[in-house]
Design a protein around this ligand. Structure first.
Ligand SMILES: Nc1ncnc2c1ncn2[C@@H]1O[C@H](COP(=O)(O)OP(=O)(O)OP(=O)(O)O)[C@@H](O)[C@H]1O
Ligand code: SF4
Ligand SMILES: [Mg+2]
Length: 330
């Protein structure tokens, strides 16, 4: 990892306008993302965690300009992607790829593996017809598949093999940045480990930067350089992996991470799980002040009124909480 941000996200907001009621008679706004500030450093794996619906996928989609930002900036190679239309995005599309949970939805069932992987190379003019076979063989070998798999169709493959094809298809674009949105969640545990190792090997080989979205905190602990914790459309905390797992500052992070089993049996016996009370409030009408105040065990009056600032509490460790002690500040 270098000291340079590959992507700089400033005050990113994404609201969805929806219609509610049996006949869609009421308009409402889903506050999916509010004021996300984030630097994604070249060569790192930045993981996003948080309960379902907190905005992890929306962050990935909006950064890639697959969802148009409501406001804010997404800076990449000196351009604000959020201001570009689809034509202007084309030169950047190659660099910025996404891998989803369900490889079936990404792969055309009527295309062979070879066709699926070749398509982006031809589209982006990364290979001539004469070079295609060699490039295809090399990509299949990169993702650990025999070259004869080029003739197969997606339904002839296992889930893990299909995900390898999806990864090869993303790699075919020679990307810089890949959003992995629950990319391993649907796979058996043993296959998950193989795909994680594959992603790490490819990161080393091609200097890839990942935004890794996952529910499994043990996997996040294994794979991440830094971890961002989201709650109801906002970032609650962001820190290097070891720092966040050993010294979480935000009450939500503490509760979330207390669920991760310890490898050491002695620690595991004494581990105190914090159970979060109540449900996540609706993103249609998020709480005022700190969005976590309705569930926070240490909420104060100020938390109901003022949005906590996103600030560096320790070097490289950011948090949004009124209660983080002054002595912990940088
Ligand atoms: N296209 C859309 N239209 C309206 N609301 C949306 C849309 N996409 C997402 N949302 C809403 O935005 C919020 C954030 O959703 P998002 O999918 O980003 O959450 P997530 O953290 O990825 O959840 P999960 O862990 O379940 O995948 C949710 O309230 C969701 O219902
Ligand atoms: S700002 Fe207040 S409510 Fe929010 S997490 Fe901190 S203490 Fe809890
Ligand atoms: Mg999601």
């Amino acid at each position: 990892m270098t000291g340079e941000p590959l992507l700089r996200i400033e005050n990113l907001v994404k609201h969805f306008h929806v219609r509610l009621g049996a006949f869609g008679e009421r308009e409402a706004t889903v506050h999916a993302l509010d004021d996300i500030d984030l630097d994604i450093m070249e060569g790192e794996t930045l993981s996003l965690v948080g309960e379902s619906g907190c905005g992890k996928s929306t962050t990935g989609f909006t950064i890639l300009n697959l969802y148009r930002a409501t406001s804010g900036r997404i800076l990449y190679k000196g351009q604000d992607l959020s201001k570009l239309n689809e034509d202007q995005m084309r030169p950047f599309r190659r660099d910025l790829q996404i891998v989803f949970q369900d490889p079936y939805s990404t792969l055309n069932p009527r295309m062979t593996v070879g066709e699926a992987i070749s398509e982006p190379m031809l589209f982006h003019k990364l290979a001539t017809k004469a070079q295609l076979k060699d490039k295809l063989d090399s990509l299949l070998s990169d993702v650990g598949l025999p070259t004869r798999f080029a003739q197969r169709y997606p339904h002839e493959l296992s889930g893990g093999q299909r995900q390898r094809v999806v990864i090869a298809r993303a790699l075919a674009c020679q990307p810089k940045f890949i959003v992995c949105d629950e990319a391993i969640s649907a796979l058996d545990v043993s296959i998950q480990a193989q795909i994680i190792n594959l992603l790490l090997d490819l990161q080393d080989k091609y200097r890839l930067t990942y935004l890794f979205i996952a529910h499994d905190l043990a996997v996040v602990r294994h794979i991440s350089t830094r971890v961002g914790v989201m709650y109801l459309g906002r970032l609650a905390e962001l820190a290097p992996r070891d720092e966040i797992f050993t010294n979480p500052l935000h009450p939500y992070t503490r509760a979330l991470l207390s669920a991760v089993p310890e490898i050491d049996p002695a620690h595991e016996r004494t581990r105190q799980r914090q159970i979060l009370q109540g449900d996540v409030p609706s993103p249609l009408d998020p709480p005022t002040g700190c969005r976590f105040h309705t569930r926070c065990p240490i909420a104060m009056d100020v938390c109901r009124i003022d949005v906590p600032a996103w600030r560096e509490a320790r070097p490289g460790h950011k948090v949004a909480c009124h209660a983080v002690p002054i002595e912990a500040q940088a």
